[in-house]
Design a binder for this molecule. Structure first.
Ligand SMILES: [Zn+2]
Length: 165
């Protein structure tokens, strides 16, 4: 285990972990189960783990980063946002207000508003890498990367890289 990829749960973006593995070139993905003599699954050769959520946002993935670092050792955290993402179709205020109208519940103070919607891809990717770098849940030695993924071509573009000296 060395790399966590955070990406959107949109099925059109499901090839993102493979695309990131190909980009880095030294990852094992998807890998295979390691069996003991009795056939029990005692491990897996995969080195790159994916976390998916709405928009592929860093905020929702912090618990997974901290947990994976405890269980294994995280070396790289990669945030990937993708073209034609549903998170670009609304504003944070619209999400909060409509949720309140439909469900009579106030979620306005539950989330960082800049993590609720994507208005500009480069800004959202930079925002999430900065959020990771500033979070106590992300070890300071971890290398951070931010990518944009074009869902039709499958092209991955590196937008930001934050590698500690
Ligand atoms: Zn999406």
């Amino acid at each position: 285990m060395k790399t966590i990829v955070i990406h959107c749960f949109d099925p059109r973006a499901s090839e993102i972990p493979q695309a990131v593995a190909d980009y880095f070139g030294d990852e094992v993905y998807p890998g295979e189960n390691i069996l003991d003599e009795a056939g029990n699954r005692i491990g897996n050769t995969r080195t790159l783990f994916a976390v998916s959520n709405a928009g592929g946002r860093a905020l929702s993935a912090l618990q997974s980063v901290a947990t994976m670092d405890y269980l294994f050792k995280v070396q790289n955290v990669v945030v990937v946002h993708h073209s034609f993402c549903g998170a670009t179709a609304f504003t944070p205020e619209a999400l909060v207000n409509e949720f309140h109208d439909h469900h009579h519940a106030d979620i306005s103070t539950m989330f960082d508003h800049d993590s609720l919607a994507i208005e500009h891809f480069e800004e959202s990717i930079r925002h999430d890498v900065e959020l990771l770098r500033g979070s106590p849940a992300v070890p300071k030695s971890v290398k951070l990367y931010g990518f944009f993924y074009e869902i039709n071509s499958g092209k991955l573009t590196e937008v930001v890289r934050d590698v500690p000296a």
